[in-house]
Design a protein around this ligand. Structure first.
Ligand SMILES: [Zn+2]
Length: 603
């Protein structure tokens, strides 16, 4: 590895055709500077519009247009400078531009902070009069109604001020967790595959658990939890305090419980959450069967928690260079029709993609952009199948953005986080099916099948396990019951045993897993990973059978309706169990295929 690092190109050495073309956003620095200056001027107009919404539909329209004009320009500056900064984080000048953009963004939000309370104060009756008077205003109806939905949960101005003033106090538990977890914890050393003693870290832990060497996996697992065990009371206290802030805020804002409060942000019915947990619990037998497959392939007497991430199939040795991968991607995605394919070709030809790794470049991959820019993609290309999956995943995000940007007005172009991972994961599913249909190589098929099953395990099963635990934490606190480390350990151990089933040996250490998961400091967030993945599995199946028409409409919808209704248009009702059952059918079918392929490989 160290050899490769020394070979890493500097930004200027990367060929132009493999870099994204950001001149499509701003031709030069002057254009950027002009926009920044423009925003600073336009922010001043916000103050003049304060207290005018009651004057009539024209005033409301003026406020909305002014806000969206300033916001649009600010998002453009923000997105552009964040990409500049990511392409080479060693570039101090670009870092400076990005932090300037961040400040600008906060300024815009503050300048218009009066808008929502003033709109809520207008009331439905007055708003309906406005709509009757002014056809153009109805073009903002969905946007306005999502704000109005908060009206029963808004408190008096004085109370809101009090709560706002305490917001940094509410985030104290999360900060304590972060400091303890990232700065103060000292992990023991582990002997790696080559016999080197290495100090364990969060990053290395993940790598070690994927090691083919069981001794390494076990040492890392036990070493990590030994450290967490020393601080279990502190971790329990900070998590309990965090959960308590959610329950407190939900109750003062008149929500029945914390999960309702959290899901109301995107207008997601709690039934979506409950249905997920219920259906996943109904299909745990399939997870148990998958654990059995791991046991057989790894040739183990018993499967331990530290065996769950060990590779059971080999990454194909075949080189997937970028040029060839583009061809495969285009072929796989041709199921979406000629227009979609043409746009993907255009993405390749007009340099939406920053392909190669270079010194200082941000790691990982993402899709970024906004209404007035192409939907760019950042990659760190390696010549392997995983990179092809990443390309197709990010292209799913970018095509979603492209189609929403081209079919919605600016204020409805940005889609909700609840639907974001559906388009990307659907593309991965389409690629999975394509690769399976186009190969006779059993080793290769085994890899592709397991790639899917492993993703399903980590996303649908594991995130639902987290979601169930998160729900329990809040219920427990709400009922005034204790959340000591012992309570948390017991609950987590039981849940883990229940999820992974009889095929797994229950290592006592796993009871502590809750203590190291940062997602428990989010607010009912993780369930969306599971619902998104399951919806994508169900959608990909539908597309293969029925064609892409309704799915393409979903990609064009942006935020023009509630997220749950947008997905419904694509044929998936996430308040009902059917889409989950459909996803489990795909999981079971591919699990069966993997079992068959593995049996053939052994003969
Ligand atoms: Zn994604």
């Amino acid at each position: 590895m160290s050899k490769e690092i020394s070979k890493l190109k500097s930004r200027s050495e990367v060929p132009e055709e493999l870099k994204w073309d950001l001149t499509k956003v701003y031709q030069n620095e002057n254009e950027l500077a002009e926009d920044i200056k423009g925003i600073q001027e336009e922010i001043k107009r916000a103050d003049k519009l304060k207290n005018t919404l009651k004057d009539g539909s024209l005033a409301l329209k003026e406020a909305l247009k002014t806000y969206f004009t300033v916001e649009r320009k600010t998002v453009k500056v923000y997105v552009y400078t964040s990409m500049l900064s990511d392409q080479d984080t060693n570039n101090k000048k670009n870092q400076g531009l990005f932090s300037q953009a961040q400040q600008l963004y906060a300024k815009v939000a503050a300048a218009f902070s009066w808008f929502e309370p003033e709109l809520l104060a207008l009331g439905e009756k007055k708003l309906n009069e406005y709509y009757d008077n002014d056809q153009e205003l109805t073009g903002y109806k969905q946007y306005i109604s999502e704000i109005m939905a908060k009206k029963d949960h808004l408190l008096s101005e004085k109370e809101e001020k009090l709560l706002a003033g305490a917001s940094d106090i509410f985030s104290t538990p999360e900060n304590i967790f972060g400091i303890l977890n990232n700065a103060d914890l000292k992990f023991p050393t582990v002997t790696d595959e080559k016999g080197n003693k290495v100090e364990l870290s969060h990053g290395l832990y993940g790598k070690f658990l994927e090691s083919g060497n069981r001794r390494v996996r076990k040492e890392a697992f036990q070493g990590l939890y030994k450290t967490y065990g020393q601080f279990e009371n502190t971790f329990a206290t900070s998590l309990a305090a965090h959960v308590h802030t959610h329950n407190f805020q939900a109750s003062v804002r008149n929500y029945p419980d914390a999960v309702s409060a959290a899901l109301s942000t995107n207008n997601i019915p709690v039934a979506v959450y409950d249905t997920l947990v219920e259906r996943v619990n109904n299909h745990l037998d399939l997870l148990h069967r998958y654990v059995e497959v791991r046991k057989e392939v790894l040739n183990l007497d018993s499967v331990h928690m530290y065996d769950l991430y060990a590779p059971i199939t080999k990454l194909p040795e075949e080189k997937y260079n970028y040029k060839n991968s583009k061809k495969i991607a285009l072929d796989a995605l041709s199921i979406f029709g000629e227009d979609y394919v043409q746009t993907v070709k255009n993405a390749f030809a007009s340099r939406w993609i920053d392909v190669l790794e270079n010194t200082g470049k941000r790691s990982g991959a993402y899709s970024s952009g906004m209404f007035d820019t192409p939907p760019y993609i950042l990659l760190n290309w390696q010549d392997n199948l995983e990179s092809l999956f990443t390309l197709v995943h990010e292209m799913g995000h970018s095509m979603h953005s492209y189609l929403s940007n081209h079919n919605q007005p600016y204020h409805y172009s940005d889609y909700s986080i609840f639907v974001a991972e559906i388009a990307s994961t659907t593309n991965e599913n389409i690629l999975t099916q394509y690769l399976l249909d186009n190969s006779d190589d059993l080793q290769f098929k085994a890899y592709v099948l397991n790639h899917y099953l492993d993703g399903f395990k980590g996303t649908v099963y594991r995130q639902t396990q987290f979601a169930e635990f998160e729900r329990w934490l809040h219920d427990q606190d709400k009922a005034g019951l204790p959340l000591t480390s012992q309570e948390l350990n017991n609950k987590y151990a039981n849940l883990n045993e229940h999820y992974y089933g009889p095929a797994i040996t229950n290592d006592p250490e796993i009871a502590l897993e809750w203590s190291r998961i940062p997602h428990f400091y989010y607010n009912f967030y993780v369930y969306q990973y599971a619902t998104g993945f399951a919806a994508a599995s169900a959608l990909a199946g539908k597309i293969v059978k029925e064609g892409p028409a309704s799915y393409l409409e979903f990609l064009k919808s942006g935020s023009s309706a509630l997220p749950i209704d947008i997905v419904k248009q694509a044929g998936v009702d996430m308040t009902k169990p059917n889409y989950l059952d459909d996803a489990f059918v795909v999981f079971e079918q591919r699990l069966g295929e993997l079992e068959d392929v593995l049996a053939k490989l052994q003969n």
